[in-house]
Ligand binder design. Structure first.
Ligand code: PLP
Length: 439
């Protein structure tokens, strides 16, 4: 409560702005995830890795619009390309060369992408990846991981944060809709397995493979808190997919940034379909469905029977130009530099946790990190649960008070415009918060 009082004292204009927002926007925001107590900030301006709210407070942005701004805000090169692009028309009812160029860049970098199609969000990307798998295999069943987040299409809104059955003290592996409004029937063809558990996937496949089209998985669980795959897990999924003749779909919407060729390059496992978004749009709305040429041929209009995928703003000029600039800037050197900064942040956080004897751990893959208030590193949904979630709001507000903007769920995403100065500042602030939270 003291934390909330201090937050309110620094942000009176954000409070007013939020009250006004509630007059017009349902729930005061258009992204449910952005809400936190007592009210979210209203940001007026952003530049590089810094945000400035309507009260004039400055924050170092370690969220980067939910991991999508890998080069920070208003990067001069990306802004220049966007301005050039919009000056010849924002969107076009026919093909444009930049769409092909961004496609070429991604096909050359990501092993599992031989052909790609664009859309406007990660939600659409995973939705169409799943649809492509169903069309290719002519089967409806999909295996999804418990705690896995694939956006907000009906199929994806199952078992993201399911209740734990108190009697058996384990989660319910039936597909559980995330809220009312999600048709229960949309989960009818879903099979849920815990992350990092190959046996459960094999059990499902043994029983149901003739009705299963594919397995969708984030190579690293993102929204749940940057949970890496156990050694051999992704290879195991590849093997099971081949053995039981189903497709393997990687949701690389968040993880593309962890390596020059995405998490699939880092771990050396090539999926049949890959959903991408976030960083490939250079800060503008984007999604992409990529895959092996044979599988992606389901979209080919030259085929009598094909899967239709359209969207008014698919492959629009502004997004394609920003995406090309973003990917060009993210060369191998930039990724190496991000890796070194992330290691430095991780080491600082781990030391602060140990110095204060907090039962917490840090998970990290590339430039994505997450603090967990758990004694051991979590490996699946169940191992992330309480007391982790109870402590996050206080941690989040205390970091915010010190000028560090993080996700409420504890995620840190670094950007290439950061330097050791921002990292060391963040470690110092983090150390203070850990001292405050000392048991
Ligand atoms: N898949 C993953 C792994 C994500 O992290 C997200 C967004 O956070 C999505 C899909 C959905 O992307 P979007 O928010 O662009 O719809």
């Amino acid at each position: 409560e003291e934390s909330i009082r201090q937050y309110a004292a620094r942000t009176p204009k954000s409070k007013e702005a939020y009250a006004l927002a509630r007059e017009y926007l349902a729930g005061g925001e258009t992204r449910s995830i952005a809400y936190h107590r007592p009210y979210p900030l209203t940001v007026r301006r952003a530049e590089g890795c810094r945000l400035y709210d309507v009260d004039g407070n400055e924050y170092v942005d370690f969220l980067g619009n939910y991991t999508s701004l890998i080069h920070g805000h208003a990067h001069p090169e990306i802004t220049k390309r966007i301005v050039e692009a919009v000056s010849v028309g924002t969107a076009c009812p026919a093909g444009i060369e930049d769409q092909v160029e961004l496609g070429r860049i991604l096909c050359e970098r990501v092993p599992g992408i031989e052909r790609i199609r664009f859309c406007n969000s990660g939600t659409e990307a995973t939705m169409f990846a799943v649809r492509a798998a169903r069309a290719f295999k002519r089967r409806d069943g999909i295996i999804k991981m418990e705690g896995g987040y694939h956006g907000t299409a009906d199929f994806a809104e199952f078992s993201i944060a399911p209740p734990v059955d108190p009697k058996v003290k384990r989660t319910v592996f039936e597909p559980v809709p995330e809220s009312f409004g999600i048709p229960v029937n949309a989960g009818r063809d879903l099979f849920i397995a815990p992350f990092n558990d190959l046996d459960e996937v094999e059990n499902i496949l043994k029983k149901h493979h003739p009705e299963i089209a594919g397995i969708i998985v984030e190579p690293v669980l993102g929204a749940l808190g940057v949970i890496p795959p156990a050694p051999g897990y992704l290879e195991g999924l590849r093997r099971l997919a081949d053995t039981y003749d189903v497709l393997l779909i990687f949701d690389e919407v968040q993880t593309l940034r962890v390596h020059y060729g995405g998490a699939q390059s880092k771990y050396g496992v090539t999926p049949d379909l890959t959903a991408v978004a976030k960083i490939i749009g250079g800060g503008l709305p984007v999604g992409g469905i990529g895959g092996k040429a044979e599988v992606m041929s389901v979209f080919d209009p030259l085929k009598k029977e094909h899967l239709s995928q359209s969207g008014t703003f698919n492959g629009n000029r502004a997004t394609m130009a920003a995406g090309i600039a973003s990917m060009e800037l993210l060369d191998r050197g930039a990724i190496d530099r991000l890796e070194r900064l992330s290691e430095r942040l991780e080491a600082g956080m781990v030391k602060a946790i140990a110095d204060n004897a907090i039962p917490a751990t840090v998970t990290r893959v590339g430039s994505l990190l997450n603090l967990h208030f758990t004694a051991e590193k979590p490996h699946d949904y169940q191992s992330v649960l309480n007391p982790h979630f109870d402590k996050l709001p206080l941690y989040h507000l205390e970091m915010l008070r010190r000028g560090y903007f993080l996700a409420v769920r504890g995620t840190w995403a670094l950007s290439t415009v950061m330097s050791e100065k921002e990292i060391d500042g963040a470690v110092a602030a983090f150390g203070e918060v850990m001292e405050e939270m000392r048991p």
